[in-house]
Design a protein around this ligand. Structure first.
Ligand code: ASP
Length: 353
C-alpha cells in the first residue's frame, strides 16, 4: 500500500493524485479495523515522537491526532502556546527547532496564519532532517486531514470494504456556508472535485465570492491536464463555471445546490475570521442558508449531512437535525478522524523520500 506514497509532508491536497487518495482511504480502513478490536493499539510508530504544535485552539483535531499517534504507539508531545516560550518572544521556527532537538520525528501544526506549516517544512528540509510536517489547519488555506476524513466518512458509507475515490463519481455534493473563510472547504474542493463528483457551493455572495469559480485550477496544466475558465455565478439556476472535468458550481441561493444532492456539507460561520460585516444577522443567515428538515426534502431521499465542527447550533443546521442519525454523519466524521490521522502518520513515517 505504501508503494504509491512518497511524501513525508502533508501540507495541501492541491497536488494529491487519485492513487494517493486511495492509499489514504485503504490504509485508514485497515486502521478502522484495528480501532474496532478490544486492544486498539499497534506498535507501528513505537519509539517515534509526534509533536502536536497547535498555535491556534482546537478540540477535535488536536485530540484526534494525539489519540491517533498513541494508537500507533508513538510518544506524543503537546504544545500550548499560552504557557510556552512564545510568550517570551521565541519565534515559531525556534519553537519547531526546539522540538526537533528533542528528537521529534513528525510535527502536526496548526496556526492562524496560512503558510506556517509549509515554512516549518521548508526549514526542516533545509536542515536536511527527515521530519514530517502535517498541516492541521493554517489560516484560511487548507485543512487536509479534515477533508480526508470527510472523504473517508463518505466513501466508507458507500462501500465499507473498499472505500475509494471513484465511488463519488457523479454524486452531487453541496457545500454550504462560509466558504470564504474556510480551510476545510478549500481542502475539500481539491479532494471532492478530484473524485468526479459534482460539487455545488452555496452561500451569500459575500461568503461565496466569484473568485471560487477559478479555485480548482491545477498548479500546472500538466498532470491531470486541466484548465479553468469562469462565468458569473447564477442564483436561480445551476451553471458550470469551469470548462474542465473538475465539476464546480456556484450558487448564491440554497435550492439549486440542494436539489437532488447526495451529501450536504455545512460549514461553520467563522466569526473569528470575519473582519467586516459580511452578514446581516445569524438569524437571517439561518433563514436563507440554514439546513432544515424541510429543505432536505429537495435532496436525494438518502441524503447525508456533514459538518466539520464546531457547530453553531441552530445557525448552519437546525439543532434537531444535527443529532438525527438518519441524516447526520457528524459523529462518524469524528470517529473517522482517528483512523485517517493514523493512516497519515503511518504513511508519512514510512515514506521513502
Ligand atoms: N475545525 C475546523 C477548522 O479548524 C472547522 C472550523 O473551525 O469551523 O478549520
Amino acid at each position: 500500500m505504501t508503494d504509491t506514497w512518497n511524501r513525508h509532508h502533508v501540507l495541501s491536497l492541491a497536488d494529491f493524485t487519485p492513487d494517493e487518495y486511495d492509499t489514504v482511504l485503504q490504509t485508514a480502513n485497515s486502521f478502522r479495523e484495528v480501532l474496532s478490536r478490544r486492544t486498539k493499539k499497534v506498535p507501528t510508530l513505537q519509539g517515534q515522537v509526534v509533536a502536536n504544535l497547535f498555535f491556534e485552539s482546537s478540540t477535535r483535531t488536536r485530540s484526534s491526532f494525539e489519540l491517533a499517534a498513541k494508537r500507533l504507539s508513538a510518544d506524543t508531545l503537546n504544545f500550548a502556546p499560552g504557557s510556552s516560550s512564545l510568550t517570551k518572544g521565541e519565534t515559531i521556527l525556534d519553537t519547531a527547532k526546539t522540538y526537533l532537538a528533542m528528537g521529534t520525528d513528525m510535527m502536526v501544526i496548526r496556526h492562524r496564519e496560512a503558510g506556517v506549516p509549509q515554512a516549518i517544512a521548508n526549514e526542516m528540509d533545509r536542515l536536511g532532517v527527515k521530519v514530517g510536517v502535517l498541516n492541521a489547519g493554517d489560516g484560511q488555506h487548507e485543512h487536509p486531514s479534515q477533508a480526508l476524513l470527510d472523504l473517508f466518512t463518505i466513501t466508507t458509507l458507500l462501500d465499507p470494504n473498499q472505500p475509494q475515490l471513484s465511488l463519488l463519481k457523479d454524486k452531487k455534493i453541496a457545500i454550504v456556508g462560509d466558504i470564504l473563510h474556510s480551510r476545510v472547504a478549500r481542502s475539500n474542493l481539491w479532494s471532492l472535485t478530484a473524485s468526479g463528483a459534482e460539487v455545488h457551493l452555496a452561500g451569500p455572495p459575500t461568503l461565496v465570492p466569484q473568485l471560487f469559480a477559478d479555485f480548482v485550477k491545477e498548479p500546472t496544466d500538466e498532470g491531470l491536464g486541466l484548465k479553468a475558465s469562469s462565468k458569473q455565478p447564477d442564483s436561480s439556476s445551476s451553471l458550470n463555471p469551469l470548462a474542465f472535468s473538475r465539476k464546480l458550481f456556484l450558487h448564491w441561493s440554497l435550492e439549486p445546490a440542494l436539489r437532488n444532492a447526495d451529501f450536504v456539507m455545512t460549514l461553520r460561520l467563522q466569526k473569528e475570521r470575519m473582519t467586516s460585516h459580511l452578514l446581516p444577522s445569524l438569524r437571517e443567515y439561518h433563514q436563507q442558508f440554514g439546513i432544515t428538515r424541510d429543505r432536505l426534502k429537495l435532496c436525494n431521499p438518502d441524503v447525508k449531512l456533514l459538518h466539520p465542527g464546531p457547530v453553531n447550533r441552530g445557525v448552519e443546521i437546525s439543532s434537531d437535525l444535527m443529532d438525527d442519525p438518519q441524516f447526520s454523519l457528524i459523529s462518524q466524521q469524528v470517529t473517522s478522524g482517528v483512523a485517517v490521522r493514523m493512516a497519515l502518520l503511518y504513511l508519512m513515517g514510512s515514506s521513502k523520500v
